[in-house]
Design a protein around this ligand. Structure first.
Ligand code: NAP
Length: 301
């Protein structure tokens, strides 16, 4: 029986594991893929405090995991399939069942797909969700970036170091990304933006040859000769293994400021949670708070 089981090994889950195991709680963290979550595919985190000049996401992930294990947290790789909420929580995974007095959900979000014709066929063969992983394949080529948020603009800036031309396609007439990223983007001569437009179809045989986009204001249809498409249109909360927990209209888990959910003994932290700012620094803070809330909860059982 664990004091706490943490679902998800991104910055929120790992920070929760650091705080919980350091507080001498018997702690198990269950991660589906590899620890670190989305930061493992981020080349440079420029705004995580304490790293002047930035830190590579994968390096930070390794440091977080090592720190959590160092304080005694157990970390296993498995996929949580459901959680049964009794006085003891039963956590079912693909391979086993675990019991805990409390649970911290830190399972983050999954990448949103475009759901257009040709997308399925070209994922991994010209459509990418990770510039850090795939930018070098597009040296001297023409790429499209879909989306207008921080991810799209930040990744477009990274891609511009490799590709000949980077074209951002954004559905509105202004970008959502923060000003500092937009200013950086403007200083890259090979990045351009097509506003008020959405992709309609990815066309090609063995490789992507062109992308059809539509102007949502004028309905004008354009065909762009493109070698690769990078998609950054946001995320969907990853909480399908949980029933009966309060969520908002976008499926994010509702918590109070101490990370308590609507279910006694179940806490949530990081990107999965309804909140304004989804950053590594807020994920880490959420994880710390969730672990402390678990401590208070266990002391008053
Ligand atoms: P996001 O902020 O949700 O932005 C998604 C973008 O994709 C928006 O511009 C949205 O358009 C567009 N979009 C959504 N659905 C679409 C669709 N079906 N078709 C076409 N376009 C679509 O996602 P994100 O940029 O990945 O950022 C997620 C979180 O991580 C944010 O909180 C962000 O601040 C944070 N982040 C921070 C940094 C950094 O600080 N350096 C870097 C990356 C991410 P609309 O604008 O019209 O909604």
């Amino acid at each position: 029986m664990y004091d706490v089981i943490i679902v998800g090994g991104g910055p929120a889950g790992l920070s929760a594991a650091i705080y919980a195991s350091r507080a001498r709680l018997k702690t198990l963290l269950i991660e589906k893929n590899g620890c670190g979550g989305k930061i493992t595919i981020t080349n440079l985190l420029e705004n995580y405090p304490g790293f002047n000049g930035g830190v590579n996401g994968f390096e930070l992930a390794v440091k977080l995991e090592t720190q959590a294990r160092g304080f005694g947290a157990e970390i296993i790789y498995d996929e949580v399939t459901s959680i049964k909420n009794k006085s003891v929580k039963k956590i079912m995974t693909k391979n086993s069942t675990y019991e805990a007095k409390t649970v911290i959900i830190a399972s983050g979000t999954n990448l949103k797909k475009m759901n257009i014709q040709g997308e399925k066929a070209f994922i991994g063969r010209g459509i990418s969700f990770c510039a850090t992983c795939d930018a070098p394949f597009y040296r001297g080529k023409d790429v499209l970036v879909i989306g207008g948020g921080d991810s799209a603009v930040q990744e477009a800036i990274y891609l511009a170091k490799f590709a000949k031309n980077v074209t951002i396609v954004h559905r509105r007439n202004e970008l959502r990304a923060v000003k500092i990223l937009q200013d950086k983007m403007l200083s890259c001569s090979n990045i351009s933006v097509i506003y008020n437009s959405v992709p309609k179809e990815i066309v090609g045989k063995d490789f992507i040859e062109k992308v059809i986009i539509t102007n949502v204001k004028t309905n004008e249809v354009k065909s762009l000769k493109i070698d690769g498409v990078f998609v950054f249109i946001g995320f969907i909360p990853n909480n399908s293994f949980l029933a009966d927990i309060a969520i908002d209209e976008n499926r994010y888990i509702v918590t109070d400021e101490n990370m308590k959910t609507s279910i006694l003994g179940i806490f949530a932290s990081g990107d999965i949670r309804k909140k304004q700012l989804r950053q590594v620094v807020t994920a880490a803070a959420d994880g710390a708070q969730a672990a402390v809330s678990v401590q208070y909860y266990l002391e008053n059982l």
